[in-house]
Unconditional design. Sequence first.
Length: 319
Amino acid sequence: MPRVVEVPEWLAEGDSRLEFLIGYSLLPIGGAMTLYGAPESGKSLVTLQLAFELSVGRPWLGVFATRQGRTLYIETEMTARQTKRRAARMLRALGIDGAGVAVVTVEGLKVGTPLGDAELDGMLLSYRPDLLVIDSLLDVFPGGANNQEAAGLFYASLNIVRARYGCAIVLVAHARKTLFTKEGLSTDAGLEELLGSMYHGKWPDTIIRLGRGKSWSMRFDKIREGSPMEPLPLALDEESMLFTAKETVNVRREIQDLLKDGAVRLDQLRQHLMALGVSESTVNRAVWAMRDAELIVVEEDSTNKRHKVVSLLDATRES
């Protein structure tokens, strides 16, 4: 039975600050995230890349700092041979061996049923991951996509997993068929594009949509613990099957060049980059990602506490 305490004692029991497995508040430790999109939109590639970059603590997509950890990746759509082929190409390009990631290809797993929960519990007990990835949600869901009762059982089981093992969970999901206006134009329905029960939109801390129109992109539909972000353009290297954020490399270089001569106030840095056509959310994302990666320092202005000052780390400046 949980211990019942009043608020003063409850607050004093530990640090209430959130820590994140993926930076810029995308995925708290023990949190939940859903990546969804249409077929061939890069969902599985981006998620497998996350597992590998997390295993060595590298920034995901070259942007979002990660806290090094182990991933259990449950694959339900592709065969073991297909998944191995993808993994081998990624690992070769990343220069790592994949230690810290366990990939399991399964059929017939249904989370939210006694048999399925026991099977999942056995895998988690044997590996004890920091991150559980399920690709895809539709295959392990214990009912029709819109079945509310099945959704309740499904997410109750995942919440038990998070509480029991302390791991974060990433679900890979499908989008609905594209919606069109009477004029034949495609429409942006936001979270309504996420296929299935309303629970699918309420449960995760973060929801990301992968898109593939004229170019690859990542859209942030929901970030419960962070600030809204504009869509992030992506580039796919066909040989390695790895994605990178297209705009961030230039923004980072611009920030480093600007800081070479000394510290700069954060609001001035924003103004400088926005004058070059970079959005404010992109500047913020790059600054906090660079801070999380320990490339820069962000401190309070000693003369005006309302302002933040950004500077290069000494090691970065010397290099």
